[in-house]
Design a protein around this ligand. Structure first.
Ligand code: APR
Length: 246
């Protein structure tokens, strides 16, 4: 079968023969929904802050009200957008391969809203509140400047993984197991700068998976992938889906 758009025949064959496909997504997958990527300049009153300086336990302890204002702004941005064709293609892909694992670095919940199930949320979820003291999970409560834990009274924090914090153990285990077992690994919309997420592609390659990067701006690691598709996820992912659709 000829190349579909710019999908190499060898990649199309690998996808059709795959027993297990693992997809890792980053902020680029949500870019076409209108959600700024993590390293794009922040907007408006947040322009004077770097995301990396706000997404830390130290910043929260120093000024919980400021950090809650930032996360509630981010919740508002995401609540106002919709999943894009890239999210929907990933959700549909899961039903066309024998085994499928989606690992996301995104906290915007757009994969679940697009129909993806069992999403491995590597960096948590923007719409959960966690007790800062006990780690218990609570439904997001935007009615207080600084919500507190109903069990112990400690401040609640956004349910996301901050810089310097460990990846949730179950998410890490599932992601590593999938990367080590899969036949095709798609790294989509991520700058591959932050570990351990960025190391999943290496784990896949060490276990003889075919590895693919999908990004309009090839990353510094592009050469370590078997295929680097320079395109937008909302365009390329539907093309991959079309290849597998009966
Ligand atoms: N389709 C695919 N990729 C895109 C698109 C698009 N339409 N638009 C932008 N990109 C790419 C950019 O080229 C960039 O390489 O998405 C990538 C986004 O990179 P980052 O902003 O660094 O986001 P991400 O890789 O998800 O960051 C990883 O770092 O700071 C932590 O927790 C944070 O989860 C985040 C993690």
């Amino acid at each position: 079968m000829g190349d579909s758009c710019n999908i190499p025949d060898a990649l199309a064959a690998a996808l059709r023969d795959a027993r297990h496909v693992c997809v890792l997504t980053g902020a680029g997958v949500s870019a076409e929904s209108g959600v700024p990527t993590f390293r794009e300049a922040q907007e408006g009153l947040w322009a004077k802050y770097r995301a990396e300086d706000l997404a830390t336990p130290e910043a929260f302890l120093a000024d919980p009200a400021l950090i809650w204002r930032w996360y509630r702004w981010r919740r508002g941005v995401v609540a106002d957008v919709e999943p894009n064709p890239g999210h929907y293609a990933i959700a549909a892909l899961a039903d066309l391969v024998p085994r499928f694992t989606l690992v996301t670095q995104n906290v915007d919940d757009l994969h679940r809203r697009a129909g993806s199930r069992d999403v491995v949320e590597f960096h948590g979820n923007l719409f959960e509140d966690h007790c800062f003291a006990e780690g218990t999970v609570h439904v997001a409560d935007d009615s207080h400047d600084i919500p507190t834990c109903p069990q112990c009274g400690a401040n609640l924090r956004p349910g996301v993984v901050w810089f310097g914090e460990a990846i949730p153990e179950q998410a890490l285990e599932k992601a590593c197991a999938a990367a080590a077992d899969c036949d095709v690994f798609l790294s989509v919309g991520t700058s591959s700068l932050v570990y351990p997420a960025a190391g999943l592609a290496d784990l896949a390659q060490q276990n003889d998976a075919v590895t693919v990067e999908i990004n309009p701006n090839p990353t510094m690691h592009a050469e370590r992938f078997d295929f680097a598709l320079a395109g937008n996820s909302a365009t390329v992912l539907p093309e991959l889906l079309e290849l597998l659709s009966p």
